[in-house]
Design a protein around this ligand. Sequence first.
Ligand code: HEM
Length: 391
Amino acid sequence: MDYDPYSYEIDEDPYPVYRWLRDEQPAYYNERIDFWAISRFDDCLNALLDWRTFSSARGTVLELMDHELPGSMIIFMDPPRQTRMRNLVSKAFTPRRIAALEPSIREIAVGWLDPLVGAGRCDIVHEFAGRLPMDVISTLLGIPPEDRDMVRGWSNAVLHRDPGNPMPPKLALEAMQEMTAYVSEAIAERRRRPRDDMMSLLLEAEVADEDGSLHRLTDDDIRAFINLLATAGNETVTKLLATAIHLLWSFPEQRKLLLEDPRRIPGAVEETLRYDPPSQYQGRVTTGEVVLHGRTLPKGAKVLIINAASGRDERKYPDPDRFDVLRRFDQHLNFGHGRHVCLGKNLALRESRIALEEFLRRFPEYEVPEGGVERMHSSNVRGLKGLTLVY
Ligand code: HEM
C-alpha cells in the first residue's frame, strides 16, 4: 500500500489507506513524492500545537509547498507575524457580529431552496450548497446584494482546476484579478466613507505590540484576507453541506433522527466533520529534526498532518467508522487546532446548521439516483462537486 494524495483512487474512499497509515506507518514517508504524513489523533494534535517545529510558512497544500506563495495570507504565516494578523482580523470577526448574521443567513438559504420545492429533481451543489457560503461571506463583508452573483462567479472560478493539473488555469487567474480590482475599489470607497460592515472594521482595526507600537492592516493585507475567505470560507462549507446531505441519504435512520428532533442538527454537523471533513490534511514544514515512532524526520521535511485520519482513530473514538449523529465527543481536529484554528469556525457551524434546518424542512425525503454523485479531485479538499437529488 502507499498513500498518494494526488491519486484519483483515493478520491473514492481514503479511509482504508488512513487506517493502514495509523496502524502500520504512523510516521509515513513517501519517497516518490517526498513528503511525510502523520495520522494518529495524538500525533496530529501535538503537531498542530507545535507551530515552532511545524511551520506554515511554506504553505499548507502539498502541491504548493515548492512554489512561491502570496506573502500576506495569514494561513501561510508563523507567529509572531501570524499572531498580530490574527489579532487584527479577529476584531472584525467577533462572535457578536457572526451571531447577528443569523437572519441574513436564513434568508439567503430560503431564497435558494424555495424555488427547488416541487421541481422534483435538482443538483443540490449547483443550486444550493455551492451558492450559500459565498453569499454569506459577501453579506459579512458588506458587498451589496446586486453584486453577489458576480462575486460568487469569481470566487468559484478562482477555485477551478483543469483535470490533472493542480495549478490555477488562466480563467482562475483572470477571475482573481477581477476580484482584486473589485475589492480594491470597495476598500477605497470605505476609506472615504466607512460603513457598518466587516471591510470597514478591517480598515479601522488597530493592535499594539508588547513594545507599544501600533499596527494596522494595509490594503494589501485586506485584499489577501478577502481572497483567503473566498476560498477557505467558501469551498469548505459547500463541501460539508453536500457531504452531509449525501450521508443523510446513505443512512436514512440518521436522517430520521434529525427529522424527529431538529435540535440534533448541530451534533450532526460536528459528526459529519469528524466522519468525512472537507479539509483532509494541513501541510507543514519542519524547522528542525523530529523523532516520531522511531523514525527521524529531517529539518525541512514536508509533513501532512492528516486531520481526516485523526477523526477515524479508534484510539480516540469508539467505533469510528460508524456515522452516528447522536455521538458525543469532546473534540476533533477538522477545523485545525492551535494558533491557526479556523477563524470562521463559529460562522461555519452556524451556517451549516441553518442550511440543514431549512433543507430538511423542505426535503425530508429524497433519493440520490444512480450516477448522481460527482466527486471532486484535489490533494487536500474532499467532497462533491455535483449531487443530484430526486424528490
Ligand atoms: C466547514 C467549514 C470549514 C472548515 C472544515 C474549515 C477548516 C479550516 C482549517 C482546518 C483551518 C486550519 C488551517 C491550518 O491549520 O493550516 C482553517 C483556517 C482558517 N479558516 Fe476555516 N474552515 C471552514 C470554514 C471557514 C469559514 C466559513 C471561514 C470564514 C468565512 C474560514 C476562515 C478561515 C481562516 C481565515 C483561516 C486561517 C486562520 C489562521 O491561519 O490563523 N473557514 N479552516
